[in-house]
Structures are given as structure tokens and as C-alpha cells.
Ligand binder design. Structure first.
Ligand code: ZN
Length: 192
């Protein structure tokens, strides 16, 4: 995939997150690896549904480029620990965030699809967004994890490319919706 295609994929993913209200206003950030030590990242302060390819910013893995949110530090921590990682998506999906914020554990294997797509979910304790503590908390999770719930904040998904990470985020919110819908009916039973 050349960089133009990566830029297009990030814009498409931003639009899908925004249209599905997995992010609102200027929330969220996305990135994709374009070299061993370089990523393309979304700018801060911009609605991700209105992104254009030239707005994306090249950023090294060891510092935050001008115009990029300091939240990108948690993306960088994930790229540094896994050289095979292709993309990171951070959003604020309502139901998934509600589950972790209430101290509940979202079962990744609620449906066969969620088991396949999400894999085990890391439930990460609260740290103030944009501080090095967020990157430290997320770095303490198993390196093969691809789905992260951040208490009182949102979620992070990773993937081989940005559309892979996006699908994981969409599936995460879908399974959280099912989990929350089951609660007033007595809660999801073990799948068996
Ligand atoms: Zn956030």
C-alpha cells in the first residue's frame, strides 16, 4: 500500500467512526505505520469526519509532531513494542466505555464473531488523556492484545492496517451494545 492509499484509508476510517458516533466533535485519533519508525497521524482539533488526505501529519515514533494530539503517545507506545503493528484507532464508543467505566468486564467471546475479531480485551485503568501515564498503562498490557478499553475515557484498537483496526472498533461497540442490552434481561449467560 503506498502512502496515498494509507491517507485515503485513514480519512475513510475517520468518516465511518464519526458517522457511527463512535466519536463526536473533535474526539478520537487514528494513525498508520508508513515505515519502521514513522507513522501518519490525524491532526488534533479537527472533526475526523471532515478529514482530507493533506491534513494528515507524518510523525516519528519518539516525539509528537506539531499539530498532532498528545494522545498519539499511546499509539507510539504500541508501535514501539510491536514492529509488526500497522495501525491504531482511538475512539470514544459510548456503550463500550460505559461498561469499563462501571468496572464491568466485557467478554470478548460473547459471539463467535467478537471472539474472532476482538481477541482478549485489555481493561485499562484510568489515566488522564494526553499524559505519559496513558502510554504506560497501555504498555503494561499483553503485547499480542489488539483491543483495549480505557476506563472513564474510551477504547483503542489496533490492526494490520487502518481498516482492520476500524472493523475491530466497530465490532467492539457492537458487542458492548449486546452486553448492555442483556443486562436488564438478567445478563448474558455463559455461551457454553
Ligand atoms: Zn480520547
Amino acid at each position: 500500500m503506498n502512502h496515498d492509499a494509507v491517507r485515503e484509508a485513514i480519512c475513510l476510517a475517520g468518516k465511518r467512526l464519526w458517522e457511527a458516533r463512535l466519536i463526536v466533535a473533535t474526539e478520537g485519533n487514528l494513525s498508520a505505520r508508513i515505515g519502521p519508525d514513522r507513522i501518519l497521524a490525524t491532526p488534533s482539533g479537527i472533526e475526523k469526519g471532515l478529514l482530507t488526505t493533506e491534513m494528515l501529519i507524518e510523525c516519528p515514533l519518539d516525539s509528537v509532531a506539531n499539530g498532532v494530539s498528545s494522545e498519539i503517545e499511546m499509539h507510539q507506545a504500541l508501535y514501539r513494542r510491536d514492529p509488526g503493528l500497522g495501525a491504531v484507532v482511538h475512539a470514544h464508543p459510548l456503550q463500550a466505555t460505559a461498561v469499563v467505566t462501571c468496572g464491568l468486564e466485557l467478554p470478548y467471546d460473547l459471539t463467535p464473531e467478537s471472539e474472532d475479531v476482538l481477541g482478549p480485551i485489555a481493561h485499562v485503568g484510568f489515566a488522564m488523556p494526553g499524559t505519559p501515564e496513558v502510554a504506560a498503562e497501555i504498555s503494561a498490557t499483553p503485547v499480542d492484545c489488539r483491543t483495549y478499553l480505557l476506563s472513564h475515557h474510551g477504547a483503542v484498537t489496533t490492526g494490520k492496517d487502518v481498516l482492520d483496526a476500524l472493523r475491530r472498533m466497530e465490532t467492539l461497540e457492537r458487542v458492548a451494545e449486546l452486553f448492555v442490552a442483556c443486562r436488564p434481561l438478567g445478563g448474558a449467560r455463559p455461551r457454553g
